[in-house]
Structures are given as C-alpha cells and as structure tokens.
Design a protein. Structure first.
Length: 618
C-alpha cells in the first residue's frame, strides 16, 4: 500500500513539475515562473489554448518564452505546459507539394477544417498525413541480422511522378542490429517498418522521424562545390554564377524584383528539390506563388511534370505572429537538410532574411538586451552565420555512399535600398555570391535589375573547369563582357562632360555593343514565352555572337587608316542586318532542340565574320 502511494506521489510531483504559470506577457514574449528544470529551446504549450512557444532564456526558476502565436487573451496565472523536447519537424514522405506555416502545421488541412481564414490559435495537427498509404520497398542492402546506423537508407516509397524515389532514412541517432524489416507492401507513417535491437532493447521505427530544427543534421564532411547552380537567368549564369551548395544574397529595395528572382530560381534552376520560405513577406506574394506554381511544368528525367511536385512552401507572411519568422527559417533549412541527406541537390529560398532579423530585434528588445546598430541584437551576425553555414555540398552519413547539397539564396530587404543596413553588411561578409539589385534599373523597367558594377561571385575560378568543358571559349566571353561593361561606365562620364563626338571610333563601337549587352542580353522578361528561361547553351551562343561582332568591328577599325579609315557609321551601314539581328537573338524559343539552337548561333557567327570580310575587302 505504501509502495502504491509512493508511486502515485511521484506521478503527481512529475505532473506538477511539467507545468509552470504565466508571470508576465509582453507581446510575443511570455515570462513563466515555476519552470525549474526546463531546458533552453524547449517547446512549451502556453495558456489554456496551448499556444506553441519556445524557451529562449532561463533565469532562476523563471523562463522567457517566445510565443509563435497571438498572445492576446493570456492572463497571469495561466498554465504553461513543458513538453520536455525541443521544437522539431517531422521528416518523411508527404512533405513535397505541401504548404506549412513556420512551425510545420499544414495550412491546407487547417483551412479545410476551420471556417476562419486565419490559423486558429493552439491548433495541433500532425505535419504529415498519418493515414495516407505508401507503397514501401525495402532496401536490398538491409536484412534481418545486419547492422544499421544513422543515415542508412533502408527503403523507398513513390512520392510523385517528378520525385519518384523518396528514400527512407534512419534517424541520425539510430544504431543497432536489425531484428525486423517490413516486406514490400502498403503502410502508413504510423506502421512499424523497422525494428532495431541495441543492448538487449528493441526499438521500433516507422517511415518518418523527428529532428530538432536548431540542430544541424550530422554529415561526414563538407566538399567544395564544382557544379554551377544554373538559374535560367542570363545575367546570373553568365557573369555571377553560383554553385550547387553555395550561398547567395539578393539585396534590393522594395519593387526591385527580389521575389521574382527567387521564384524564377525555384521554377527553372537545376536543383532537384526546392524549399521556398516566405518569411515575413506580404501575403499576396505567397498567394502568387500558390496560384502560379501549380500551373508550371518542368522537364526532368525525360518527364514534363508539375513543378509543385519538387517544391515545399513554408509560409509565414507579415500578418502572422512575428516570432514565428525565426522558426520558419529553421524549419525550412531542416527540411532542406533532410532531402540533402537522401543525396539530392536542394535549393532553399529565404524571402526575406531582413524580416527574420526584425523578429530577432523585437524579441531582443522585449528581453531588454543591449541593442547594437539600429536596434538589432549584437549577436545578429553570428545568428546569420549559423544559418548560412548549414549550406554546402556534403558527403552524407549512412550507406550507400552519396553526396548532396543545399544552396541558400537569401533575399535581403534593406530600408530604402541602403546597403549599409546592418543585415545587408552582416550577410555580405558571410555569403560568396552577391546579386545586388539597383532601384534605378528597376525604375527604368530593366529586369532582372542586377547591377553589374557592384555584383560579384567568388565561385568563378572554381567553376572555370565546368564552363570550359561545356564551351572552351566561355571564360574569354565572360571577360570580354565585363570589360565592355566596365569601359562603358568610364566612357559615359566622358560623354557627359565633352559629348559623344569626342570619342574615338572604337570607343563608339564599345558604347553600342555595351548597349546591346545591357538591353538585349542582361534584360530578361520573365513573363514572356520566349525569355522566361534561358538555357546555358543559348546564353553562351548569344555571348559568342555579341563578342564576335565586337572583335570583328574593333579589328576592322584599328587595321584601317587614312582615307580608307573604317568608322562606326560605316560599320553600321554595311552590317546593319547583323547588328539588328543581335538584338533579336533573345526571341529564339528556349524549348526548341539544343542542337538546332546551337546551329543557329554558329551560322550567325559565320554570317557576322563574312559581313566584316566583305567590309574590309571593299
């Protein structure tokens, strides 16, 4: 009897220790008392509505909690329930085509179950459909009696037509001897498909597992990127390329096209999987993604399928609780790491990290921390670095051996386009590719509004072997383009001072070719049928034609003299059909066969050289 009473007393004490009380509420920050024994970053349920929150500061038996939902209606004394586990996401089949909020709640399921257009407070719905049936195929490498460890692939399921093999991984901390593996058949996520024995204890696993969002998933080693992230945007692929596994930053003022570039990369890049995080941006931008993406198709593995089949959206718009912006970034990168661990190349779009930093600033202010520049917390740069360092090309843990990569493309929204903003400057010290957007170019309707004088990429030398293997002239063509654009910026200053007539004939040629590069190569209409996407072979073909015209024209001018001096006006009169054709190359349909398009550019280069031979012969 005494033993039973003792057990009941222990259960009561444990139950009491699982609850604290609300002591103070300040916007998204809730301070709870009687929280002795709680851990940093532990997930808690606040109030009678069980609002989701996370402990971010411990002081005595008080815990400061950032609440990921609207705290209106909370009162002092309301219960705070400890879950004794960190904020985690569920990883398994069914993630793709979904749209989640910042803490991985499925918005479509919530919308079907709720009459409100907003997410109800305290709603608790599993991230993945627990009752959906999947056709599981066990791996031939995993059998009863074999040893298994974290990251091993022990089976696969058919996800969709585009992402046809969703590999089922063991959670990183799993290890032991296999005592049971399910035969091929239909199972739900709740069903046991694997049983592992370690130290005499048996553990059962389904097809999904949970992982804390703030903890990077373990890898064997990081590798140097060697394959470009082909975006379909000429200005990015030709002049400022990134690698699969790289870090990119797109800073720009309102209206410069950050979201359009992020969406274009999601639609047409050579990544195998896309995680798009709308972090604190306007709701209509996410609504546009949701309306456009289901109508788009992509050619992969010889199939043309809906683009949403390789995409997962994490939506945390500006009308949602501010603290959840931080969670949405970590949720997105953890989902990306899961697909990377399968051996895929993943791109994560974070639109925008400025809104995330603003959430950090608000929480930091509520905690009464010492502010740094413009009120942002002093640890802003380290938080950004922790996020971006989760990108990279890696050797994944587990067998069979495989490599995967995460490319992070972070949009930054500095107020008024001021690139000295703390978020922008901190980001630029971390990332390797800088695609700076220019407000003046955007006002002139020059899109993408990437400023070629300030943008840069640190991956050019790493990617030279790849591009030169694709086309031996590529490095030369890129150098010539940059030289022409740089020369134009210097010549424009002279023209403004003393006029165009003071320029030499070869300088006039440089100005005209720079204008072709600016208006017909660097500009790209994402909403047209012919220029929404530009494959690399079309990009290089256009570059070769423009550089051939420039080099032939310069040679003709420099080698002529006296009465036979060839001027820019003579070149224009004699080669006008070819010059006009330079500005029409972008109208070539990117969907036509690769060889046809390459033959078109080869013939055009021959046509340009023939026209200049005729000119010099005369």
């Amino acid at each position: 009897m005494n033993k039973q009473r003792k057990t009941q007393l222990e259960e009561l004490q444990e139950k009491e220790s699982s609850f604290g009380r609300v002591f103070k509420v300040a916007g998204p920050l809730v301070v709870a008392e009687k929280m002795a024994g709680a851990k940093m970053f532990e997930l808690v349920k606040v109030g009678w509505d069980k609002l989701v929150g996370e402990i971010i500061k411990l002081e005595g038996d008080n815990a400061s909690i950032q609440c990921y939902e609207d705290t209106s209606g909370l009162t002092v004394g309301d219960p705070v329930m400890r879950t004794k586990s960190p904020l985690s996401v569920e990883l398994g089949p069914g993630i793709l085509t979904q749209i989640f909020d910042g803490i991985q709640r499925p918005l479509q399921v919530i919308a079907e179950q709720s009459s409100s257009i907003f997410v109800p407070r305290g709603v608790d719905i599993p991230a993945l459909d627990q009752d959906r049936i999947w056709e599981f195929k066990p791996s031939s490498l995993v059998k009863v009696g074999s040893m298994i460890s974290g990251g091993d692939i022990y089976g696969s399921v058919f996800e969709n037509n585009l992402f046809d093999e969703h590999k089922i991984l063991t959670a990183p901390r799993v290890q032991g001897r296999v005592t049971y593996i399910a035969p091929e058949g239909n199972y739900t996520l709740k069903d046991k498909v694997l049983e592992v024995e370690l130290d005499g204890k048996k553990h059962q696993y389904g097809m999904s597992h949970f992982w804390p969002v703030r903890q990077p998933r373990p890898i064997i080693e990081k590798l140097q990127g060697n394959t470009p992230l082909l975006t379909g945007q000429r200005v990015l692929d030709a002049l400022y390329p990134s690698v699969l596994g790289g870090t990119c930053c797109i800073p720009g003022a309102f209206g410069c096209g950050k979201t359009c570039i992020s969406q274009a990369l999601s639609k047409y890049s050579n990544s195998e999987c896309i995680i798009y995080v709308g972090c604190g941006e306007r709701g209509n931008e996410m609504a546009e993604v949701l309306s456009e993406f289901p109508e788009l198709t992509i050619q992969m593995k010889g199939k043309e399928e809906n683009i949403m089949q390789r995409t997962c959206l994490v939506a945390n718009t500006s009308n949602m609780p501010v603290a959840a912006r931080e969670a949405s970034i970590y949720t997105g990168i953890t989902l990306a790491e899961y697909f990377r661990d399968m051996g895929f190349n993943v791109s994560m779009m974070a639109d925008s990290t400025s809104r995330w930093a603003e959430a950090l600033r608000e929480i930091s202010g509520r905690l009464a921390e010492m502010p740094a520049d413009q009120g942002y917390p002093a640890y802003l740069a380290s938080k950004l670095a922790q996020f971006y360092e989760r990108a990279g090309r890696v050797r994944c843990r587990g067998s069979p051996d495989r490599e995967g990569s995460i490319t992070i493309v972070g949009a930054v929204s500095p107020p008024g386009g001021d690139f000295t903003d703390p978020v922008t400057t901190a980001t630029l010290t971390i990332v390797q590719v800088f695609w700076g957007l220019d407000k003046k170019l955007a006002q002139r309707k020059h899109f993408p509004s990437v400023n070629w004088t300030i943008s840069n990429s640190n991956y050019e030398k790493i990617l030279e072997p790849y591009f030169n293997a694709f086309d031996p002239e590529f490095s030369h063509l890129r150098v010539m383009f940059k030289q022409i654009l740089h020369e134009e910026s210097e010549l424009n200053e002279i023209v403004q001072l003393v006029g165009r007539d003071s320029l030499s004939e070869d300088q006039k040629l440089s100005l005209e070719i720079a204008k072709i590069i600016r208006e017909d190569f660097l500009q790209q209409d994402a909403f047209s049928k012919y220029d929404y996407n530009c494959p690399l072979y079309k990009t290089i073909g256009m570059m070769r034609c423009i550089v051939s015209f420039f080099e032939c024209g310069k040679k003709a001018i420099l080698e002529s003299s006296g009465d036979a001096k060839i001027t820019w006006n003579i070149i224009l009169n004699q080669t006008k059909p070819q010059f006009v054709k330079l500005s029409q190359m972008k109208f070539e349909d990117p969907k036509q066969p690769k060889q046809e398009l390459m033959n078109y550019f080869t013939k055009f280069v021959d046509e340009i050289k023939s026209a200049f031979r005729n000119l010099t012969d005369k």
